[in-house]
Write a protein that binds this ligand. Structure first.
Ligand code: 4FV
Length: 246
């Protein structure tokens, strides 16, 4: 998978392109993350990328020319161009899977008040948000998006990890995890996890996910209840017990 990133701070992406699983995927050629510094495509001696917003009200806006020039230089015509923005649809599993199915796409990272609207209109940029808050730049949101999408690219995750096992992608929040030692400062690991009884372990995990989801994300819980079609008899029993506690 090839991901082009347009940014004025390419060095921010060093951890993503060199460390951890993503860094290994880049070294192995599974991921090709290409960074383009918008500032390299400015036309003035001060490498100006932004100017005051028309209409007043303060704030700076990234000018169209350097971005248009950079997009043309990387051959963005005909490719999906994403713009990281609080105005966008919140990144979710559906969008992550959609992007993971592409051979390549482009991410534009804004700063200040954002980019000139003509960039978004002309390049038919799709605005994507990572949450309802405002950051200083689009780089961190871009890294979040790259990380979430890359996990679906074959070979990026180690054999021990599986993207399809993630509870959040099953509609529930993740159950609690424990590891060595079995006892730590008097704190125990739940016995069921040490029992070797995988059916009991799976049901324990399912119940824990239900409880956590019901408490923290009632929206997801309601949606899960509505879609309970493919639950096993035992799972349905656990869910009914939880619902009867209300
Ligand atoms: C953002 C978000 C975000 C707003 C102005 C970059 C900043 C600056 N991007 N999800 N929340 N972007 O705050 O994606 O252009």
């Amino acid at each position: 998978m090839k991901i082009d990133v347009l940014t004025i701070f390419p060095e921010m992406f060093n951890p993503v392109t060199t460390d951890s699983m993503l860094g290994r995927a880049v070294r192995n050629g599974i991921l090709d993350i290409r960074l383009t510094n918008i500032r390299d495509y400015t036309s003035d001696k001060h490498n100006k990328t932004d100017d005051y917003t028309f209409g007043g009200g303060g704030g700076m806006v990234m000018m169209p020319d350097p971005i248009f020039t950079a997009l043309r230089h990387i051959g963005a015509e005909g490719k999906k161009v994403l713009y990281m923005s609080p105005r966008g649809k919140i990144l979710d599993e559906q969008k992550v899977r959609e992007l993971a199915g592409l051979d390549e796409f482009v991410i534009l990272c804004g700063h200040y008040e954002g980019v000139d609207q003509r960039v978004l209109d002309y390049w038919n940029a799709e605005e994507v948000s990572i949450g309802d808050y405002v950051l200083t730049g689009g780089e961190l949101p871009a890294m979040v998006l790259i990380d979430s999408v890359a996990r679906f690219v074959p070979g990026v995750l180690g054999n021990k990890d599986s993207v399809t096992d993630e509870s959040v992608y099953s509609g529930l929040l993740e159950y609690p995890h424990y590891t060595q030692p079995r006892e730590y400062e008097g704190l125990q690991v739940p016995d069921v996890l040490l029992s070797g009884n995988h059916k009991k372990i799976d049901l324990w995990r399912f119940r824990e996910s239900l409880i956590i989801t019901k408490e923290r994300r009632p929206d997801l819980f309601r949606k899960f209840i509505g879609d309970r079609g493919n639950l096993s008899k035992d799972e349905k029993k656990i869910l009914d017990e939880l619902l009867n506690q209300e």
